[in-house]
Write a protein that binds this ligand. Structure first.
Ligand code: ZN
Length: 317
């Protein structure tokens, strides 16, 4: 084992995943726990502290040798410099929490925080599907739609850290209020949630129980040539492709990484989106720029690898 240890953590709405790594990219310990309910910051830090103690026992490193730094990725609007989490809908945090400071004091170790999709684009660029690219866009399509921007060789966070909210570009349909409070965002039409909502307009509760009308069911039905289901899939490919074509026009990336539960392992859907992107983006951005459109490689660990990259480079600065 090399000298320095790094701890990277993904705090999600349902689980907390923690890795302990050395400075040669080896994973020494990996464990997950359910996210405590209610999701109080102190309760979450307690779980992390227990996981670190367990790591300590399992890998047998000296108790006085704590990680050089801890990196936390989390679905939240946050300030990575100040370590503040302003809002985390998944954790039901609506007031500002000085999370990095609290955690750093309790665990006696420097703590860095990052938005999960921002961390994921860094992970895919340094270790995954966008390796070597200096301009890459990452999009994850699952219950919601998230995104991260890596531009000119750096993570692009925007003024306050809220850049890359690809799910909330608009408008992509008519008459739906998004979880962000806005109307007709890409997410509310093209995410797993959006697909379910579209299905609910086509099948009544008498025909099929609404609980069954999820994205998985719609894709399975489309495979069986159910024309209504195919229509929904076509519509989501079209609007997702158009949304991503807008990003190509804005940022001229050389790589788009598509991940998430809706996109994962659905070759036709992935190909359909790629086709729309290439058709709808300005021609120089797809013909002169060698634009790669690739599936994510590191799921569900992209954010963790991103945090590892952030920790190891930041500390050398
Ligand atoms: Zn929205």
């Amino acid at each position: 084992m090399k000298e320095d240890l790094y701890c990277v953590i993904d705090i999600g709405g349902t689980k907390i995943l923690l890795l302990l790594m050395d400075d040669a990219e080896n994973i020494l310990f990996r464990e997950k726990r359910a996210t405590p309910k209610p999701e109080e910051p102190d309760a979450i830090i307690r779980v992390i502290s227990e996981l670190l103690a367990e790591a300590n026992r399992k890998i047998g490193y000296r108790p006085e040798k704590k990680p050089k730094a801890i990196g936390v990725c989390i679905a939240a609007f946050l300030d990575h410099r100040k370590g503040l989490i302003y809002q985390s809908p998944n954790l039901h945090w609506s007031e500002t929490v000085p999370f990095a400071q609290i955690m750093s004091e309790q665990l006696n170790c420097p703590v860095f925080i990052e938005n999960d999709a921002n961390a994921a684009v860094v992970g895919e660029v340094f270790y995954g599907a966008a390796r070597g690219h200096r301009n890459a866009v990452y999009v994850t399509i699952s219950t919601g739609i998230g995104g991260g921007l890596f531009l000119d060789g750096k993570l692009f966070r925007g003024h306050s850290g809220f850049a890359g909210e690809i799910g909330h570009i608009k408008p992509f349909g008519k008459g739906r209020t998004c979880n962000c409070g806005g109307d007709d965002c890409l997410e509310i039409w093209a995410s797993g949630t959006g697909i379910s909502l579209s299905a609910e307009t086509l099948w009544s509760a008498d025909e099929i129980s609404p609980a069954k009308l999820d994205a998985k069911w719609v894709f399975e039905e489309a495979e069986k040539e159910n024309t209504l289901a195919q229509k929904i899939v076509d519509q989501t490919m079209e609007i997702t492709g158009r949304g991503l074509a807008n990003l190509v026009n804005l940022f001229n990336p050389s790589c788009i990484v598509i991940g998430g539960g809706v996109a994962g392992n659905r070759k036709k859907y992935f190909t359909g989106i790629s086709k729309v992107i290439r058709e709808e983006a300005i021609k120089p951005s797809v013909e002169i720029t060698p634009l790669e459109i690739v599936p994510a490689q590191l799921e569900p660990d992209a954010g963790l690898w991103g945090m590892y990259a952030i920790l190891t480079s930041r500390l050398e600065e």
